[in-house]
Ligand binder design. Sequence first.
Ligand code: HEC
Length: 290
Amino acid sequence: MFRRLILGCAVAALALTGAIAAHAGDALVERGAYLVNGVVACGNCHNTRSPDMRFIEGMEFAGGLEVVEKPFTARVPNITPDMETGIGAWSDGEIITAIRDGIRPDGSLIGPPMPFSQYRNMSDSDVKAIVAYLRQVPAVSHKVEKSEYRMPLPPAWGPSVGSVADVPTDDPVVYGAYLAGPLGHCIECNTPMEIGRFVFENRAFAGGLHLPLGPDMVLITANITQDKETDIGAWSDAEIAAAITTGVRPDGSQIHPIMPSGFYATMEKADVDALVAFLRTVKPVVNAVK
Ligand code: HEC
């Protein structure tokens, strides 16, 4: 009787540890879902789109978007867990290395415009959460042809990333910088490029990056520095927050949907506020983007 009681306790304890482990796993997937479907917006590039650039339902993360630039034709790969055409056969560690170091399991370098200058600084916890989420999205069989880079790629995007600590959330400006950089890579799309590299030093967030989205379409990104004449310096915090999360400017005009407001709409208010608090600290750069 006594033995049975002890056994019973052991089973209960085991069940409890199992429950805690499952719960921790859920929390990781939940954080990953929040990031991927929100500020990180991997799907903005990796979801399959129709010729008029709309997302195709059921083809989330299945790839196929072509980004055609003079030096390259990038074809965004399938990152669903499909074994044949996606990344189902890669280990968690291999996917983390692909996201932060830009290196595939076969050692080859992943090319632009996958935003490595920013993803390198994604925290271990966040990149693990993203991978946990991607592991359980539906596998979609969709073969995407290889990209063509007509320019030399560097041997690596930098030294091996190793480990990146969590960024504290208590200072909105510090956390906002993490949201605008390593998580959301706002800085890449909104900074101009010169001779194949971003001019982060003195033109960060000044806009003017050309986004060639097909043979007939080139978008030029906006200046989001605090310059009052040529951009958002004159907008209120609420107007900036609304532009990010609804895609509508204070004058009522619509921002092109390549700016993923549909994703940003799911961001928690504290995160949007942190993003705005950080943007307020960005040095004004005069750059009228046409
Ligand atoms: C701005 C567009 C863009 C964004 C945003 C983006 N990617 Fe990519 N990604 C690419 C492109 C383009 C490639 C392929 C480049 C090449 O062919 O070398 C790629 C490659 C990859 C690969 C390698 C797959 C393979 O089969 O070679 C993985 C894994 C990946 N991305 C995951 C992610 C995840 C996870 C996110 C979000 C955290 C993300 N990407 C965000 C454009 C993007």
